[in-house]
Design a protein around this ligand. Structure first.
Ligand code: SF4
Length: 364
């Protein structure tokens, strides 16, 4: 068996460590590949959302490199992700590829489901090693997301521009070369130490911008055109509310708890949506925007791919949230035609406006 899997942000670091540990043969598409994206675009229905096209492009690359099994998770509330797997399988089979498909149902993911669905990968691996490898993979997802959050905190305060970016680039290269969890953990701890030593401006008081929106776009730096890095470079503290670890907390860890804690974001969204689910993670877009406005964020940016139904549903509520809280909100809709220059201009204009607003209110 030779496995392939699509990229979604930095999850590949954990998946790669897991597969190296259990000794599964795999092909990992490059995390940043315009060619793969183009292959996905060429073979997808035009109206499909960007994540579908990017994932399909990674599948084609994997199958072209000899993979015979695809690992993918789907189903995320009421949105077209529910039929990603069926449609992508049909497209790929029509293109002549033959493969097996390991499909993880993300909306009801449990430890048992992971162990049983990944069973073929664990053939020849002891049960104890399989359990410990899955546990380490989950922990690594949290650790990697924690590192990227720390980078956002430091980047907007650094005294020498680019210090944070070079540490993160080094980390990505080291994690890409790492074999197994021990080497991945080493890369993580070295990067954490380096970040803690970055010289920062103690007087810096950056504007705080909350990023809400569709989970794939928010967690995949390639797809969101590195929004965290760009905002940080403009001197704004970017707080990304959607990451794979956040998703795991909400859907995987929460599902294992005997008593479910109240979901603050879903509760906060009720004032505007009167529904607990509007598909995808739209309800979190609304709830997190409201919570961040209440806690004094200077601005909110919603990011989603063109034609994303849940985020289109959430968007009008953000206007109301902005008006009620007096917090500026900007929506960025991305597709394969998005110009990076236009994107940067909008981010710069929004950040500058927030800085002026903040200066004005601290002067008065
Ligand atoms: S949430 Fe939006 S972008 Fe994501 S799969 Fe659903 S429709 Fe597509």
């Amino acid at each position: 068996m030779k496995l392939t899997f699509p990229h979604m942000g930095n999850v590949y670091i954990s998946v790669k460590a897991l597969l190296d540990t259990i000794g599964t043969d795999y092909y990992m598409p490059p995390p940043w590949s315009r060619d793969n994206m183009q292959r996905g675009i060429n073979n997808s229905p035009e109206f499909m959302c960007l994540p579908f096209k990017k994932i399909l492009g990674d599948f084609i690359d994997g199958l072209e490199h000899g993979a015979d099994t695809i690992l993918f998770g789907e189903s995320c509330g009421r949105c077209r992700m529910n039929y990603y797997g069926d449609l992508q399988t049909k497209i790929l089979r029509d293109m002549g590829y033959r493969f097996d498909y390991i499909h993880l149902n993300l909306s009801s993911l449990t430890y048992g489901e992971i162990m049983s669905k990944l069973g073929p990968l664990f053939k020849g691996t002891g049960k104890a090693l399989a359990v410990s490898a899955v546990t380490s993979a989950v922990r690594t997802i949290f650790a990697v997301d924690g590192l990227y959050r720390a980078a956002c905190f430091v980047r907007c305060r650094e005294s020498v521009k680019g210090s944070t970016d070079s540490i993160m680039l080094e980390f990505e290269e080291q994690a890409g070369r790492a074999r197994g969890f021990a080497e991945t953990r080493l890369a993580l701890s070295e990067a954490r130490v380096k970040l803690s030593r970055v010289a920062t401006d103690a007087r810096a008081d950056p504007v705080k911008i909350g990023i809400v929106g569709e989970i794939f776009m928010l967690s995949d730096m390639f797809s969101n055109l590195e929004i965290e890095k760009k905002l940080g470079g403009m001197g704004a503290f970017a707080v990304n509310t959607m990451s794979v670890s956040e998703w795991m907390k909400k859907h995987f860890i929460r599902a294992m708890l005997p008593v479910k804690p109240r979901d603050k974001a879903v509760a906060a969204a009720q004032k505007y949506m009167r529904a607990k689910d509007i598909g995808g993670h739209g309800i979190y877009t609304v709830g997190n925007a409201e919570l961040m406005c209440r806690s004094g964020f200077d601005g909110i940016i919603q990011v989603y791919p063109f034609t994303c139904m849940p985020e289109i549903t959430a968007q009008p509520a953000l206007g109301e949230i902005s008006e009620k809280n007096g917090t500026p909100v900007m929506t960025l809709i991305l597709d394969e035609m998005t110009s990076e220059t236009g994107y940067v201009t909008r981010l710069e204009a929004f950040t500058d406006m927030l800085k002026m607003k903040k200066e004005k209110s601290s002067a008065s």
